[in-house]
Design a binder for this molecule. Sequence first.
Ligand code: ZN
Length: 240
Amino acid sequence: MNMISLAIHPIPVLFYIILVFVYLFLSVFLSFFIRSGFHMRAYCKKETKEKIIALTFDDGPDPEITPTILDILKGKANATFFCIGSRIEGNEQIIKRMDTESHLIGNHSYSHSNWFDLFSSTRMKNEFIQTDQKIFAITGKKPLLFRPPYGVINPLLKKALRSFNYHVIGFSNRPWDTMTKNKGRILDRLIIKLKPGDVVLLHDSVPQSIPVLERFLRFIEENGFTVVSLAELFEIQPYA
Ligand SMILES: [Zn+2]
């Protein structure tokens, strides 16, 4: 090898190594940001000037909180509930009520395990099937709306989702209602960031979502916003 090629070759090799590291870093880092669409596209926000938003609740059903949320929503707004399959047993009446009161029901995994993102694609697929079956047994409807636990999309999940024709749903307004009990702070975060076309993420697994929802519905009414369903916002089918 002559002096010229020695001087040239190390640079491209180093360049490719850096490129691989940058890719790996982005792959892991951006898994946590569903809106980045790095691994796959998710419905997070509708580009619109119309003052419409969609409301979503994750991690239920809860025997105490979810019925109260349903009471508050009644006659005012329809939401989507991304349910955890393992929480459905014993709460079948709540699922039935969501459906009869024209809310949508989506799949949010079966276990919502802390380790979900490290599960094999096969294990993830089994969780989706289990939850779909639970929902189908009560409503006769097979969900097409899916929200990844923790909003994380990694290559394992992407592979698992290939066998399903779910619409993957993210969010654009997340007030971190599970991280604080301070309802004023949650509401402030929600309102300050609120934009037309937003998908709002709340949890029917924490009691603070109850007063937050009451005050939020009042705010959107006073400010000319309308709540529409996810199906309407993105023009997608909620069930197969
Ligand atoms: Zn969740």
